[in-house]
Design a protein around this ligand. Structure first.
Ligand code: FES
Length: 392
């Protein structure tokens, strides 16, 4: 497979807040920018002492009109004295990448994209740096005829990402885009400068007080706890699951599962490369068209799922599962059968989920960034074609 990566030059590095910096990127080969959809992300090769790792960052600019791709990155270094791994990609970008530097980047990916055919009103819910893909959507929505509500939750105005840009966007839309900024702990500058609309968090009362009754499509992005809280509130307010699209920054897990459990971080992939800490899971609303619970029915050491023609036998565990319901991938089939395969990105980038395909054929619901070797399969983005056997 040809190398998907292309070399880009940083033509501008712009500090957006105390912790967020934007990088404007143009191709070194002088060719056109990649075509991207609002909400998609780029994959960067990041050099480390241990070799190259891949990191993904949402496009935060106007993907239809900008003359450079823009990513806006929150610095995620561990505080002094705290023994947790730094965000390798974000610290490298912030500390070592200056204007003129060159970076290998793979084309835009991801299905968390704005439905530009729809005419429904749009609700964008962002927690912290989760604003980046939503800002790309808002820039395109600013030229559409739809009503748009944006809620952005941050700690305060010093760390809020892209606050002035959001505000200017809403002002130019002359009432069609309503922006509501929520600061959990506003400081003196926020109060003097009028940099927020509400203090605290985005909760049910706030949404009810600001949003007229309507048939919204919701796009949301932010930390796991934020997303779980928003998902619960939205479904309590009667917004159907298949109108809620979301993207995780962090290990990816379906929200409908987290929302019925106590809030906690999704299970970390035990062998995921440490550097791959900002990854995404994209929700295809169609995948939720059939809403079912997925309690496997125990039957000795064999378990059967809802019926369809495609099936997988996990040879090490002796479990067989059949494709059905809203399950889309071999990884989801394994998880619903009670197995715990390693994963990280769930979108064909990191190779953490790679397994040996003992028998049968698969197709990819999302093409892997790099095709795995013959006899191997990335189970996070593959589904069975007929019957397959996996070494799991
Ligand atoms: S979990 Fe990353 S490629 Fe499958």
């Amino acid at each position: 497979m040809a190398d998907a990566f292309r070399r880009f030059r940083v033509i501008a590095k712009v500090r957006e807040s105390e912790v967020v910096t934007s990088f404007h990127l143009t191709p070194v080969d002088g060719g056109p920018l990649w075509q991207a959809l609002p909400g998609q992300y780029l994959t960067l090769r990041v050099p480390t002492a241990q070799g190259t790792v891949l990191k993904t960052y949402s496009l935060s600019g106007d993907v239809q009109r900008d003359e450079a791709h823009r990513i806006s990155v929150k610095r995620a270094c561990a505080p002094d004295g705290v023994e947790v791994p730094d965000g390798i990609g974000s610290c490298w970008l912030h500390d070592q990448v200056e204007e003129g530097a060159e970076i290998d980047i793979a084309p835009p990916r991801g299905g968390f994209v704005l439905d530009q055919e729809s005419t429904r009103p749009v609700l964008l819910l962002a927690g912290g740096i989760g604003i980046t893909p939503l800002l790309a959507m808002a820039k395109v929505l600013a030229r559409a005829k739809r009503r748009v509500w944006i809620f952005h939750a941050s700690e305060n105005g010093d760390v809020q990402a892209l606050g002035p840009e959001l505000k200017a966007l809403a002002e130019r839309a002359e009432g069609r885009i309503a922006l509501h900024v929520v600061h959990r702990a506003p400081n003196e500058n926020d109060r003097v400068g009028g940099r927020f609309d509400s203090e605290g968090v985005i909760d049910k009362n706030l949404l009810q007080s600001q949003l007229p009754l309507d048939d919204y499509e919701v796009y949301m992005c932010g930390p796991t706890a934020f997303m779980v809280a928003m998902y619960r509130i939205l479904t309590e307010l009667g917004i159907h699951e298949n109108r809620i699209a979301y993207e995780f920054f962090g290990a990816a897990t379906p929200l409908y599962k987290l929302a019925v459990q106590p809030v906690s971080a999704p299970r970390a992939a035990s062998r995921a490369p440490k550097a791959i800490a900002a990854l995404v899971n994209l929700t295809d609303p169609e995948a939720w068209a059939v809403s079912e619970t997925h309690e496997p029915t125990a039957d000795g050491d064999r378990q059967e799922m809802a019926v369809s023609g495609d099936s997988v036998h996990f040879s090490k565990s002796g479990i067989t599962a059949t494709m059905g319901g809203d399950v889309r991938t071999l990884l989801e089939m394994a998880e619903d059968a009670g197995l715990e395969p390693d994963f990280s990105c769930r979108s064909g980038i990191c190779n953490t989920c790679r397994c040996t395909l003992v028998e049968g054929e698969v197709s990819y619901v999302e093409e892997p960034l790099e095709t795995p070797p013959a006899g191997q399969v990335l189970i996070c983005c593959a589904r069975p074609k007929g019957r397959v056997v996996l070494d799991l």
